[in-house]
Design a protein around this ligand. Structure first.
Ligand code: CFM
Length: 474
């Protein structure tokens, strides 16, 4: 059913252009949904802000750093811990969160003094940590506090510390994607080139756009190491601040999430001549192709083939067990940006699921283009869907499972659609051969869990009465 016939599209007619039924929509069949525009006032978007994109997505996975927000406490609190980007540094970066705790009086009189005190206090409290990132927020940006000047003052007084400042307030873009861009550029401008690494291999890479959700990065790192590749830095999952200052010495940038980190790869290519290679760690087929590509680049294809063979032999039977049980089940995909197209085809080809919708919170036009071209005919594609659209679409599409984040996921559960958390994961990692099996297992557990029989709304019935008439199924 075309989206423009949805009841909720009548509330905000401008939203119609943000949705397409692939191959079924008479008015829009040749078009893509509009994407990466400012959120339409009145629609309750599920997007994050540019501060969140800079700090929460990209900055804070760095493991040996005090991450401090210069702003009200809520900004820090809301970006603390929810993504489970673990590290081998005793998870320092997710255990603690730091904020200058701006109050109304600071808005009037300025907060530079309070910021400096906070920086010194934080270093004093954790004397082994000598690196810090500071994130501007809307509040500190609007009053114009000069964070860089304060940081320089501290670095002059304490020569053994280094501080990175990210000026990406919440309003610096239509969504978290604006913050990805800002922090990519700030890092390459301010920090890359400051540390000279020890090179131990002929095959040296930066592994970029990978955030180590529940250990994703460590799984992939294992494959690279078995191929004899030296990983100079990881941007930024399980990443070390000083390793990331040495990114300019890699021979190749291996880029996983192009949506969030293509900017730094493109800059490293321009400034240091390092080529960019886009890869994909999700799904047996995509991952095998990616390892082959890297092998080919360095002339070590045989090492890649050996890993592919060993891992496939080990994990394929388990994947097939789940695929036999997932076959024909309907799935809604609602990630942020790049998982949309990383998953749109492999989840069907390798797990047998029917992809009935592809939504993106903040994907750009290119992300939607790739997602729509890879998913099946009839799938509903929506850019930046709001909660109402999501609920109505679930009533119409009748999915067996939705993969999304916490907020929409909890709503889905209430209408008896099981959800798997693809932002923080249920029981990841989901990358790598074994990770892909874990995702299949979590989808299987979600769909077949008997708990759903106890829910208070039965989505299999057509006459659902709610206080919102439009939720009644046709
Ligand atoms: Fe890249 Fe990400 Fe994603 Fe993203 Fe994200 Fe994420 Fe995501 Mo949540 S960097 S675009 S801003 S793959 S946090 S690890 S899961 S929305 S699809």
């Amino acid at each position: 059913m075309p989206y423009h016939e949805f009841e909720c599209s009548k509330c905000i007619p401008e939203r119609i252009k943000h949705a397409v039924d692939k191959g079924k929509d008479e008015n829009l069949s040749d078009a893509l949904p509009l994407g990466y525009l400012n959120t339409i006032p009145g629609t309750l978007s599920e997007r994050g802000c540019a501060y969140c994109g800079a700090k929460h997505v990209i900055g804070t996975p760095m493991k040996d750093v005090i991450h401090l927000s210069h702003g009200p406490i809520g900004c820090t609190y809301d970006t603390w811990q929810t993504k489970r980007y673990i590290s081998d540094n005793d998870n320092f970066q997710i255990k603690y969160t730091f904020a200058s705790d701006m109050k109304e009086k600071h808005i009037v009189f300025g907060a530079e003094k309070v910021l400096k005190n906070n920086i010194l206090e934080a270093f004093k409290a954790f004397p082994k940590i000598k690196r810090m990132t500071i994130y501007q927020t809307c509040a500190s940006a609007l009053i114009g506090d000069d964070i860089k000047a304060i940081s320089q003052e501290v670095m002059d007084e304490m020569p053994d510390v280094d501080i990175f400042v990210c000026n990406s307030p919440g309003f610096a873009g239509p969504s978290q994607s604006g913050g990805h861009h800002k922090i990519n550029i700030a890092w390459v401008n301010d920090k890359v080139g400051q540390v000279e690494p020890t090179i131990t291999s002929d095959f040296v890479i930066n592994y970029v756009g990978e955030y180590n959700i529940q250990g994703d990065q460590q799984i992939m790192q294992d494959y690279f190491k078995r191929m004899g590749i030296q990983i100079l830095s990881t941007f930024t999952g399980n990443g070390s601040y000083d390793d990331l200052r040495a990114m300019h010495r890699a021979k190749l940038n291996v880029l996983e999430c192009a949506r969030s980190a293509e900017y730094i790869c493109d800059e490293l290519r321009k400034r240091y001549g390092i080529p960019r290679m886009d890869i994909d760690g999700f799904g047996f087929k995509s991952l095998s192709g990616s390892l082959r590509k890297i092998g080919l680049f360095f002339g070590i294809e045989d090492r890649a083939e050996a890993i592919i063979e060993e891992e496939t032999k080990r994990w394929k039977p388990e994947l097939d067990w789940y695929a036999a049980r997932l076959k024909g089940k309907k799935i809604c995909l609602w990630p942020g940006g790049s998982k949309l197209w990383h998953w749109a085809h492999v989840i069907h080809e390798e797990m047998g699921l029917e992809v009935v919708s592809v939504y993106t919170k903040f994907g750009h036009q290119g992300d939607m283009e790739k997602g729509v071209s890879r998913c099946e005919v009839g799938a509903l594609a929506i850019d930046d869907p709001n909660e109402l659209e999501c609920i109505e679409a679930m009533y119409k599409l009748k999915p067996d499972v939705i993969v999304t984040g916490k907020r929409p996921g909890e709503v889905a559960k209430k209408i008896r659609v099981p959800y798997v958390n693809v932002h923080a994961y249920n029981n990841g990692p989901y990358k790598g051969f074994e990770g892909w099996v874990r995702l299949a297992r979590d989808l299987y557990n979600a769909i077949y869990s008997p708990i759903h029989q106890l829910a208070f709304v039965d989505i299999s019935k057509d006459e659902i009465e709610t206080d919102k008439g439009f939720m009644t199924r046709q």
